[in-house]
Design a protein around this ligand. Structure first.
Ligand SMILES: [Zn+2]
Ligand SMILES: [Zn+2]
Ligand SMILES: [Zn+2]
Length: 262
């Protein structure tokens, strides 16, 4: 197994995506491709195998755009529509991978939510014409191993619900991915020491009940002091270029299609 460890951003937008439907603002009209933000998702490569983080409504378009041809495992942060509603398209990867069952890791509340949204996934295969994703749901509340990596769920507060970010440690390097966060509890901050890369939610400058503002995201970035921080789940409040002057040198906005090797 080779040691490749990289992350490809499939989407870096908030739940509406950017541009917003019907919005004529400067950001939504931007011609900079970095300002087109599909719903948040990322594909992590671990030694030639791929771990998908979330599968929102743009998942199929993202796979086509980035030529994603293999998914070995999935992690779903939480069961909100913008992170989940493309999950049915996993079935195409089952087919391409010889009807292999794909493991899907998530917290117990998220798995319960997935079963409510996609009840047919767990139906028996004899239902006539049923073409459904072949998934092994694995409920995780503590660190686990997959694809040769150590994975640590990172419980965070996201408005009225608790969701999971994910820390991935692979061959001496590490990243943490937290797309939807309002507050990171102290016990979770303890799990985020020594990161090479922090991918953190930053919605907009103004306060929001379920997401981090620019100011709060930068406070967490400074406190955790990873080698690099990339901001994701972005709104239409800033273009990529407008955001840059507000950021310290180790922090950058992520953008769709950005690929980074750890
Ligand atoms: Zn979201
Ligand atoms: Zn707009
Ligand atoms: Zn959410």
């Amino acid at each position: 197994m080779n040691g490749d460890f990289s992350i490809l951003f499939l989407g870096t937008g908030t739940s509406t995506g950017v541009p917003l439907i019907g919005c004529g603002c400067e950001v939504c009209r931007s011609h900079d491709p970095r300002d087109e933000r599909l719903r948040s998702s990322a594909l992590v490569t671990l030694g030639g195998r791929t771990f998908l983080l979330d599968a929102g409504p743009d998942f199929r378009a993202q796979c086509l755009r980035r030529r994603v041809s293999r998914i070995d495992a999935v992690f779903i942060t939480h069961a909100h529509a913008d992170h989940l509603f493309g999950f049915d398209d996993i079935r195409r990867f089952n087919t391409m991978q010889g009807n292999a069952v794909i493991p899907c890791y998530a917290g117990p509340d998220t798995i319960a939510g997935m079963h409510r949204v996609f009840p047919y996934i767990t139906q028996r295969r004899n239902a006539l014409g049923l073409y459904r994703p072949l998934i092994d749901f694995i409920s995780v509340t503590a660190p686990f191993e997959a694809l040769g990596a150590r994975l640590t769920p990172l419980p965070v507060i996201h408005g009225s619900i608790e969701t999971n970010g994910l820390r991935i440690d692979f061959q001496g390097r590490s990243l943490a991915y937290l797309p939807d966060v309002h507050e990171i509890p102290a016990s979770t901050l303890d799990l985020m020491r020594g990161l090479d890369l922090l991918v953190l939610n930053m919605l907009r400058p103004r306060p929001h009940p379920t997401h981090l503002t620019l100011g709060r995201a930068l406070v967490y970035a400074a406190r955790l002091a990873p080698r690099r921080t990339l901001l994701t789940h972005l709104s239409h409040d800033y273009t990529h270029a407008q955001l840059l002057p507000h950021l310290p040198p180790t922090v950058l906005p992520a953008y769709d299609g950005l690929s980074l090797t750890l």
